[in-house]
Design a protein around this ligand. Sequence first.
Ligand SMILES: O=P(O)(O)OC[C@H]1O[C@H](O[C@H]2O[C@H](CO)[C@@H](O)[C@H](O)[C@H]2O)[C@H](O)[C@@H](O)[C@@H]1O
Length: 993
Amino acid sequence: ESAPPTPEANAHNDSAASTIPAVAHRLASVAEAGKPLKPSLITAPHNGHTRSASNSGPLKSIVDDLKDKSRFATPSTRSPTTEPSNPFATAKSARFALEPEAPSTPRKHQTTHPDNQPTPRLRRKQSTSRSLSRRARSSNPGPTSPILDESADAWHMEPNPHCNGGLKNAVESVADRMKKKLWVGTLGTPTDTFGDDLRKDIDHRMHLQKSSLPVWIPDGEFQKCYDEFCHQILWPCLHYAVPDAPKSKLSALRASESYADYVSVNKRFADAIIENFQEGDIIWVNDYHLLLLPTLLRQSPKIPPTTPIGFFMHVAFPSSEIFRCLSVRKDLLRGMLGADLVGFQTANYARHWRQTVSRILSFEALPRGIQVPEDQDAGSKGAVRDGVVERGRFVDVGVFPMGIDVRQLHLRKRDPEVAEWVSVLRQRYADMRIIVGRDKLDEIQGVKHKLTAFEYFLDKNPSWQGKVVLIQVALQTSELNEAAAGGVADVVSRVNSRYSTLTYQPVVFLHTQDLTFSQYLALLTVADAFIVTSLREGMALRTHEFVECQEGRFRPLILSEFTGSYSYSGFRSCIAINPWDSRGTADAIEQALTMSDEEARSRWEDLHNHVTTQTAQAFVTSFLNRAVRANTEHTASLDDLTASSAAILGPSQLVPKYKHSQKRLVLVDFEGTLWRRDLTKEGVHAFATSGVKLPAEVENAVAVLGKLADDRRNEVWLLSGLQVKGVLEAVAERVPKVGIVAENGCFIKTRAVASGTNASAKAYGGEWINMVSNFNLTWKSACLEILNYFGERTPGSFIEERGASMVWRFWTGEGTDHPDRQWAQRQAAEAQNHIFDSLGERYGLRIIPGRNSFLVLPNNVSRSTAVGAILHPGGPARPHLGSRLASSASDVGLGGSFSPAAEEGPSFAGGSYAGGGGGYGAMGSGDSGGGAHETDFLLAVSSDEKLLRRLNEFDGAETASTSGKGTDAKWRVESEDVVGVLRALPGPVGGVN
Ligand SMILES: O=P(O)(O)OC[C@H]1O[C@H](O[C@H]2O[C@H](CO)[C@@H](O)[C@H](O)[C@H]2O)[C@H](O)[C@@H](O)[C@@H]1O
């Protein structure tokens, strides 16, 4: 994949030392001295290499192959040897001839063919796949043995064309803002024979000169990890090719062996990073080669939880239906979940990943990320209660489109050498149109599809024969991948044999190593169209480069709909193609070649607008900022947790403060805390109808709440996931002064209070407010249908239908290892998938998986949003406004500035209960007719850790967790003790109660 250049770094073949890059960015204050570093690849000392990872011999260049084939297949149509197909080869001699008049720019920017390098043939061998290059050198002494370095140094560095140049350039583009950084990666050359002294020397120089930390990996292990597991299993799968497709050369057994090496490589990276870790580092792990690394790092006691870890996936991510074919699917996903932030190139890839995690690991997938339950998180234990995940770690998921460093490319294309080659190319193809493509030579990038379509185009349009040339630049990949792409050479050969003449060759097939970056930029500049036919691709930055180079010409881009680039609106102004449709692609070629300048320019402007706004700089800064923010949010409460393991709450901790407070807010969970429900079908249904008699346990608890609510200094709220009808209705009747949150925030019953200061004053409030009245609830019938279907297959399961939400209880028996439970759990996962797929996005639903049940409810509604509404001055849950809002809720949305659509409602932050202003005194104003005091006592007893964490933001809040496990709350309390603690709070002194 091509990428923008930097003055010292050639974009498409120059990249960081890391061939598997993980980046630890040190944002320490020490400024990096000197110029930006030139990316490097270490080459082996010529006499020290005996690696035998493979004995297959050097990879034969496909160009050579092609030339051989063409020679035999099309003798009559070959261009004369004096005019080779490579335009640069021809032009080069012309250029040399012109040199006295047009002095050539020294090749200081040129990294593909530094002047001091060996022959191109040898260089091509060096530039094959990282591990294949090792093979080439190890098994073939003589012409293909390691580069003989005659300089004083025993070894030297050179660029690696297979690295992610886009990433390297992106990071360098913000070098001025990133004071210190360290690239962590592999060397891209066999290293088994390197002795200790050499390794130390390399470590030292890489660190000093390249800010790089080499990870030493045995050759065989690297080869299996990279060429086998990464390229034969993961890469195809991530690009929608099922791993066990017949074309895959790896048996299942080999795949699992190579996975062991993948694990090992990831561990070596983890060890290297951990050993070199410095307090304050941000760790940025890049791409699919290192999926396990985030969790390996997160589990290390040497990496503090406050270290931001970001993971970015440069390549595509498929639908869960494809990913689930991987035998190690769970391990890979868990590996990624160690990050604070997981980033993707497009919203679709991000969505696929969230769905895959939800389906395969059964974790809650929210629009903003993944909730990892505590018992699934590294090293912690806990439970999910009544369908609500109480505690765990949150992993943010975001979309960060990779871009190019437009500024640098702009500078680079002004290089006189580029202009020189532009003029050479114009002469060379004076009467012809040029279509350019640049791809990695594996099946996924669809080179064969492109060539087939081009052949079809020439066939269908004889008038274009002799007038258009396709210049295809190819980046070699591993032997196996190239085999999979098999047939490219044949198609080139066939097209050339069909349409070549003495002076015309329709397809010019070049390797990246056959041309310099200046030449490539010149090609992009003179191109009449650029064509990408990837069957699937993460982004495709070469499209960005083409657009930038077309400033002034504005010729069109022919782009596969299956690239990341295409998913951005600016890129919709390309000529879109389905690469599998040769006919359609041929039509697109014709459209591109005949497009009016006016139309082409208008399309180009849209494309260019994207390229110049979604830049490399924007990519790096937004990713790192979000990773830091995510970590800050995730660990804010952990600080408290680690500092104080919550003590047991008893009345003595509350009474003094309570006694001396005037405005109090008490929030208490209902089921699971005040009421231990019978969760059998009979037990649940017995209390879900109107007119139920409250169980004694509940009667007792609500009497205590009622008494508290009688104190006019107190505002008491019951928090529940249950529907209104049934028990909550009865509670509301029994204790009208207690406010109630039902269905996790879908409904709120305001407190019934008196408006004046004496007992005869008129009571108001006490209405049920529908907080989701603007949500379309028609999803419920479709959801019921799905659940009924799965219910029939899951003995003992039943549905708990509520007003705006629904619970499927798939297991009510004992034990977690029961085979029937395992079956039920699988059915539950399937049911969730169906609901999520068919209804999730359409209706804005979320699914919260529990241990034996799952809950389906509207997005962005939770106990936290409900408490936001309670705290919000003048909000829908304020008694004095309740009546008005009850009737007009659907007109005004969800109440003034408060809106549950803001995911978790209004921020509670602010350090006082008053929230954003107006004073939490509004809470008391219902009773007092307008008190201006702020609440000075807040007690929350809950198992909802998210809620407790948010309430902790208020100074002096007394938060108590009933979850029975690790908590961020200030206190712990057993559910059965809650009523006792509340009862011990002193009754009112004076007043009207
Ligand atoms: O060949 P690999 O070492 O396995 O690496 C995979 C490819 O990574 C880079 O491309 C990916 O990232 C680009 C920048 O974000 C993106 O534009 C592209 O679509 C991705 O596939 C690298 O540039 C390629 O050369 C590698 O093949």
